[in-house]
Write a protein that binds this ligand. Structure first.
Ligand code: KIV
Length: 287
C-alpha cells in the first residue's frame, strides 16, 4: 500500500493545522472540472470541494436541490483526475444521505470508490451526528456544514444568513445562534475532521472556532475561521451579474470571456480570422 505522495494534503494534515496551533490558514475552493481543478491545485490551494453548488453554477438551477449523486460523482472524477496536491472532498447532494445512515454509507462509499475523493461533506448538525459517526466508523472522513445550509433552501426561504437571532427572539430553534453552536459541536463530537460555517455573523463564527478542536472553514462567516472557502466561479467573477456581499472578486473572467467571444465573432465576420495557415503558430499544451 502506497503512502500519500509527499506534499499531498491529507485529512490528518488538515486536522494537524488546528491541533498544532499553526497560524497558517486552510485555503479552499470549489472545482467541478479537470482544467479548473488543475489550475486551482497547481496554485497550491489546500482543499478542493466538488460542491453541489454545481447545481447553480454549472447547471443554472435556482438551488442545489436538483443535483444527483451520479452528477457529483461525474464531476468528482473530472476533478480527481487533475489533482496532485490538494485534498479533494465530494459533496453529498440532497436526499443522497438524509433517508438513513445506510443510505449515507452507500452514497459516500460511491463518492470515494467511483469519484476518487478522499472525504465527503454533508449538511446538518445535531440531527446528522449519528450519520457522521457511522461514516467515520468505516473510515470515510466527513466534513460538516452548518449555518446557512443551501439544501435547506425552502425552509430558509432562500439563501439567507443564519444565526442572527437567539432562542429568546425566535421560537423555532433551527437557524438560531445557539442551535448553530450545538450543531457544530455535535458534528465535531461525531468525528468530523472539519466543518464549514456558512452565512453566519462573524462573532458567532469566532465563538464556534474557539470552541472546536477541528478546523472551521468559513464562507460568509468572517475572518476568524481556521480557513476560508469560496465558490471558484464567484471569486473569478465568471458571472458579472452575481455578486454576493461576502465574495471578493480576484478576477473579472466574465468580462474577459465576453470580450474575447465578441472579438472572435467580429474577426470572423471581418475576415481577420483565421489567418492563412502558414502564419499559424503551434502552441504546446500545458502539462
Ligand atoms: O457546494 C458548495 O460549493 C459548498 C460551499 C459553498 C461550501 O457547499
Amino acid at each position: 500500500m502506497k503512502d500519500a505522495s509527499p506534499g499531498r494534503i491529507t485529512v490528518p494534515s488538515i486536522l494537524e493545522r488546528k491541533r498544532s496551533g499553526s497560524a497558517q490558514k486552510i485555503t479552499a475552493l470549489t472545482a467541478y472540472d479537470y482544467l479548473f481543478a488543475r489550475l486551482v491545485d497547481r496554485a497550491g490551494i489546500d482543499l478542493i470541494l466538488v460542491g453541489d453548488s454545481l447545481g447553480t453554477v454549472i447547471q443554472g438551477n435556482e438551488s442545489t436541490i436538483p443535483v444527483t449523486l451520479d452528477q457529483v460523482i461525474y464531476h468528482a472524477k473530472c476533478v480527481t483526475r487533475a489533482v496532485q496536491h490538494a485534498l479533494v472532498v465530494g459533496d453529498l447532494p440532497f436526499l443522497s444521505y438524509q433517508i438513513s445512515p445506510e443510505q449515507a454509507l452507500e452514497s459516500a462509499g460511491r463518492l470515494l470508490k467511483e469519484g476518487g475523493v478522499a472525504a465527503v461533506k454533508l449538511e446538518g448538525g445535531v440531527h446528522m451526528a449519528e450519520t457522521v459517526r457511522r461514516l467515520v466508523q468505516i473510515d470515510i472522513p466527513v466534513m460538516g456544514h452548518v449555518g446557512l445550509t443551501p439544501q435547506s433552501y425552502h425552509r430558509m426561504g432562500g439563501h439567507k444568513q443564519q444565526g442572527k437571532k437567539s432562542l429568546k427572539t425566535e421560537r423555532a430553534a433551527a437557524g438560531t445562534a445557539e442551535r448553530i453552536v450545538e450543531d457544530a459541536l455535535a458534528i465535531e463530537d461525531a468525528g468530523a475532521f472539519a466543518v464549514v460555517l456558512e452565512g453566519i455573523p462573524d462573532e458567532l463564527a469566532t465563538e464556534i472556532t474557539s470552541k472546536l478542536s477541528i478546523p472551521t472553514i468559513g464562507i460568509g462567516a468572517g475572518p476568524d475561521c481556521d480557513g476560508q472557502i469560496l465558490v471558484l466561479h464567484d471569486m473569478l467573477g465568471v458571472d458579472p451579474e452575481f455578486r454576493p456581499r461576502f465574495v471578493k472578486r480576484y478576477a473579472n473572467l466574465g468580462e474577459t470571456i465576453s470580450s474575447a467571444c465578441k472579438l472572435y465573432g467580429e474577426e470572423i465576420r471581418s475576415g481577420a480570422f483565421p489567418a492563412p495557415s502558414a502564419k499559424l503558430v503551434k502552441i504546446p499544451r500545458a502539462k
